[in-house]
Design a protein around this ligand. Structure first.
Ligand code: FMN
Length: 297
């Protein structure tokens, strides 16, 4: 369960007042563990620690800042719940067609690794929701396209969530421990915004601490790792499942929280495109109501 931050602040108010009363009349150190325990209990229901614990533990009795002063993401991954997740975005019109590629990707899982049903990017409503949901994900595969630099309507929330999360300050990168792989659909005819969203997602996941399983695949582009001139989803998908199988095999199929894993994959030609600025600009226009999704359908 996740209470929103306002509820957590309100729930903490009586504790804070109690603390001040207590501090005026008795010795701080004897009740401090009680407050600390209560604060810890509240933390379980929020993804943010509002920093009151540090405040309560101040020894000199002069509070620095009242409340709340620091937002820190607390990541509590549960190793037993960690699965492979596939997230998709597509402009295909028929709702049942949206997840076709994700389903195709899933069907390439010959080693029967544990994998959740594919989800559209819009199932992650906010950046907090996205970060909390991804705590239960061990490996994330994303397949998406873009049009005019914009995400598909069913990928919009995921993209917004990533951008917002990457703008926040965290003590530790919140997606540390996650491994991801991105496949992009696109067409170089739209050269200014070519593969903008797949590239943006790949970059933002990495910025937030996730590591690439294999290099991003881009439809019909060359792919060094497989020695292919024209990459197809099926080739890339087979490769990603093989790599996942090796990763899981190495650990006897136990699902662990491991942030030391690295790979030597190369990131392909994103330096020249300026895709990030462009996408942010287009998303801003979308937020301002200048661009409307339905016009793009
Ligand atoms: C109107 C329009 C705009 C497009 N804009 C882009 C773009 O900005 N960047 C890109 O890489 N591909 C662009 N494409 C190509 C699509 O991303 C490509 O056709 C993709 O395969 C569509 O996949 P989907 O049907 O799953 O959404 C555009 C296509 C159309 C029809």
């Amino acid at each position: 369960m996740n209470l929103n931050d306002t509820s957590v602040i309100i729930a903490r108010l009586p504790l804070t007042l109690l603390y001040f009363q207590h501090k005026r009349f008795t010795c701080c150190s004897c009740l401090a563990p009680v407050f600390n325990a209560l604060d810890n209990a509240l933390d379980k229901y929020s993804i943010h620690n509002w920093g009151l614990r540090e405040f309560w533990w101040l020894k000199d009795g002069s509070p620095r800042i009242m409340f709340p002063f620091r937002r820190t993401f607390t990541i509590q991954p549960n190793p037993s719940k960690r699965y492979i997740d596939i997230v998709y975005g597509s402009f295909m019109k028929a709702p049942q067609a949206h997840g076709l590629e994700a389903e195709a990707l899933k069907s390439l899982n010959k080693s029967r690794l544990r994998c959740n049903p594919p989800r559209s990017g819009n199932e992650f409503m906010t950046s907090e929701d996205l970060l909390v949901s991804l705590q239960d994900t061990s490996k994330l595969i994303v397949v998406t396209s873009s049009r005019n630099g914009l995400p598909p309507p069913n990928m919009l929330k995921f993209v917004e969530g990533l951008i917002k999360a990457a703008d926040e300050k965290f003590e530790r990168k919140p997606l540390t421990g996650l491994h991801h792989a991105v496949f992009g659909n696109g067409n170089a005819k739209w050269f200014k915004t070519y593969m903008s969203i797949p590239r943006l997602i790949d970059a933002k996941l990495t910025e937030l601490g996730s590591k690439r399983i294999i290099p991003r695949g881009e439809y019909f582009e060359s792919y060094k790792n497989l020695n292919l001139d024209h990459l197809k989803l099926s080739d890339w998908g087979t490769y990603v499942w093989d790599e996942l199988d090796k990763m899981e095999g190495e650990r006897e199929r136990e699902w662990e929280y491991d942030d030391t894993w690295t790979n030597s994959c190369e990131v392909m030609g994103e330096e020249n495109t300026g895709y990030l600025e462009l996408t942010l600009e287009v998303l801003k226009q979308y937020e301002d109501g200048i661009v409307r999704m339905n016009k793009l359908k």
